[in-house]
Design a protein around this ligand. Structure first.
Ligand SMILES: [Zn+2]
Ligand SMILES: [Zn+2]
Length: 243
């Protein structure tokens, strides 16, 4: 299973970049986790849209779903032009009418579901404390490899249990350690590190960055490394992680 970072900013995309969007591929199965602002255009540097099987949303804040409407138009036009053979599914926390588009996009809610699958990938979710209904998502590949994506969340200890010994924990780090308690609903670097350490995750990738120069973003990694002693990566466009 391979994850490719497409967008990694919180709130809005900086010049020539995107907010949350992560491509996961295993064999012929290709799905997108979140589809934020700037993701649709940048995604095409890594995949032909006709090969995408679906999208799974952590929640419906614009920095996680802003490009979804245009993605649905792309799927419609590819289908009408007979470029697309695959069907397309969109999964999220409720709002099936938002997720669906005529016969082109099959919208499904994962609320009340223990798990669901797209192609060879299996998904489980856990509800996060956040301003709106928001979920962490566990993706299991056919080989047993696991990726857990935090979406947006305040700190809560059950997330470590859910994450377990994931091969990769892709975790938001919207705040520096000194901002602990300033904003509810997001994680500091140190909290991301603590969840990864408590979980026993094998690797941590920090993402959903605040808007500071990249030299300052390095501080997030240094702070998380104080508590998580394994490998830590900072998300950047095109970063590929094989698990
Ligand atoms: Zn966000
Ligand atoms: Zn959010």
């Amino acid at each position: 299973m391979k994850l490719t970072v497409i967008g990694y900013y919180g709130a809005y995309p900086e010049k020539n970049s995107a907010t949350s969007g992560y491509l996961i591929e295993e064999g012929d199965t290709k799905i997108l986790l979140d589809c934020g602002s700037g993701v649709l255009s940048r995604l095409q540097n890594y995949i032909d849209l006709k090969d995408l099987d679906g999208v799974v949303f952590s929640h419906y804040h614009p920095d996680h779903c802003a490009d979804f409407g245009c993605l649905q138009y792309a799927i419609m036009l590819e289908t009408l032009h007979k470029k697309r053979i695959k069907t397309f599914e969109a999964w999220g926390p409720g709002r099936e009418t938002f997720l669906s588009y005529q016969n082109y996009c099959n919208g499904k809610s994962y609320l009340e579901k223990e798990s669901f699958s797209i192609g060879s990938l299996n998904f489980q979710t856990i509800e996060n404390p956040h301003e709106v209904p928001s979920f962490s998502i566990k993706v299991k590949g056919e080989s047993g490899a696991q990726i857990v994506y935090s979406g947006d969340t305040n700190y809560y200890k059950e997330l470590a249990l859910f994450t377990g010994k994931a091969d990769l924990f892709l975790c938001e780090s919207s705040l520096f350690d000194e901002q602990q308690g300033v904003t509810w609903g997001h994680l500091t670097s140190t909290e991301a590190g603590k969840i990864a350490a408590d979980a026993g995750a094998k690797k941590l990738c920090l993402t959903h960055f605040p808007h500071y120069p990249l030299e300052k973003i390095e501080i997030l990694k240094n702070e998380a490394q104080q508590v998580f002693k394994e490998d830590i990566l900072l998300a950047k466009e095109g970063l590929e992680i094989e698990v």
